[in-house]
Design a binder for this molecule. Structure first.
Ligand SMILES: NC(=O)c1ccc[n+]([C@@H]2O[C@H](COP(=O)([O-])OP(=O)(O)OC[C@H]3O[C@@H](n4cnc5c(N)ncnc54)[C@H](OP(=O)(O)O)[C@@H]3O)[C@@H](O)[C@H]2O)c1
Length: 219
């Protein structure tokens, strides 16, 4: 089955955190690398985040800091917790937003989001009740989406790597140390160094005080 190419693109501290203990992550990266992030958005057909990120950060997921078109927004949200007041829904944004849920999503929430103009698609659930990401990516591919940028959060990034659905990375590393807070990538079931997922053809580019590492994932 054809699926889009998936690039994981997020900002982390030197010690691998994507947020502080209180959940705040805006802004780990500086203004130069934020502009880079918007150029990555503009270069992709779709941009994907988990519902945890929508509820914590209320991102717009648009291209603003560079010229370029807005990618389709995709929210992974099993039970449709996305509020109709979220930035990805309000002020007409819903027309460019797909919300991926499972059968566990209440009909009323589905109707409310569709009434705002959002596209709500239901997918099979994983054993832990979450959206089957492989099925979601195949469906996006069938809609003509060839590339997806995934900005986070940690749970979604980890699920994609666990399922071997991520193809590339564009990771911003900021010269900050938090010591605690969610790690960018959680447990992948890897117990020995030899099992590590490799990033091939890695390039390192400086944007202000930050470094962006780009490369291809090899499992
Ligand atoms: N530094 C950065 O670049 C960056 C970027 C984005 C976010 N963040 C930070 O990350 C934090 C949010 O991350 P998070 O890990 O809590 O949330 P998340 O990854 O944004 O969303 C996770 C949620 O998505 C839903 N989901 C549905 N299907 C899933 C699947 N197959 N795999 C994984 N998740 C699935 C689940 O909620 P349901 O069970 O309700 O569906 C899950 O709890 C915030 O603090 C935010 O600021 C940082």
């Amino acid at each position: 089955m054809n699926r889009p190419r998936v690039t994981l693109s997020f900002a982390q501290t030197l010690d691998g955190r994507v947020a502080a203990v209180d959940g705040s992550s805006q802004w780990i990266s500086g203004s130069e690398s934020l502009r880079f992030c918007h150029s990555v958005r503009a270069a992709h057909d779709a941009i994907m985040v988990g519902i945890g990120t929508v509820l914590r950060d209320d991102p717009r997921l648009t291209v603003r800091l560079v010229d370029g078109r807005n990618p389709l927004r995709v929210i992974v949200d099993s039970t449709l917790r996305t509020p109709p007041t979220a930035a990805v829904i309000r002020d007409g944004a819903a027309r460019g937003t797909v919300i991926a849920c499972t059968d566990a999503a209440p009909t009323k929430r589905c109707e409310a989001l569709r009434a705002c103009g959002a596209t709500v698609l239901s997918f099979p659930a994983t054993p832990d009740g979450r959206v089957d990401l492989a099925a979601l990516l195949v469906a996006l591919g069938e809609c003509g989406i060839a590339s997806v940028m995934v900005e986070g959060g940690a749970r979604l990034l980890t699920s994609l790597l666990r399922a071997r659905l991520a193809d590339a990375v564009a990771i911003t590393i900021a010269p900050l140390i938090l010591g605690a807070g969610p790690a960018a990538i959680g447990d992948l079931g890897i117990t020995a160094l030899g099992q590590a997922i490799k990033v091939r053809n890695a390039t390192w580019t400086t944007y202000g005080a930050d470094v962006v590492v780009e490369g291809q994932i090899e499992y």
